[in-house]
Write a protein of this length. Sequence first.
Length: 138
Amino acid sequence: MKLEEKISRNDFLKKLGFTGASLFALYSLDSCVNEGSVNPATVTIDLSSSQYSALTKSGGYVVVNNMVVANNGGTYVAATISCSHEGKKQITFRNGEWYCTAHGARFSTAGKGLNSNASKGLTVYTTSLSGNTLTISA
Ligand code: FES
């Protein structure tokens, strides 16, 4: 009887170890997926989709995967949604420049700071248009 208990405990521990490793792998995979969704290397947008209709007008913008994408007079620009001032995810597009609604930081479309709260600049992304497909590259 005692032998059976020891074997059973060993099996249980092996099984528990396997489960722990599986959970670790699962958590690691989940972590990578989450990191990947934040500013991935390349994002494509179908401009014909009603989801992105704001981009059909100059000055319109949308938020996609923690990026702000805007129509700037017929050309498309993109930047991170995270402000370099205090990290608030409040970047918008206003009057042809990036604008943070938290404390008023203003950035050029190239990411250059235009006032004191914007002195660290803003990360911007490259855009390219092919037909109705807008590609944003980090
Ligand atoms: S966090 Fe954007 S201006 Fe302060």
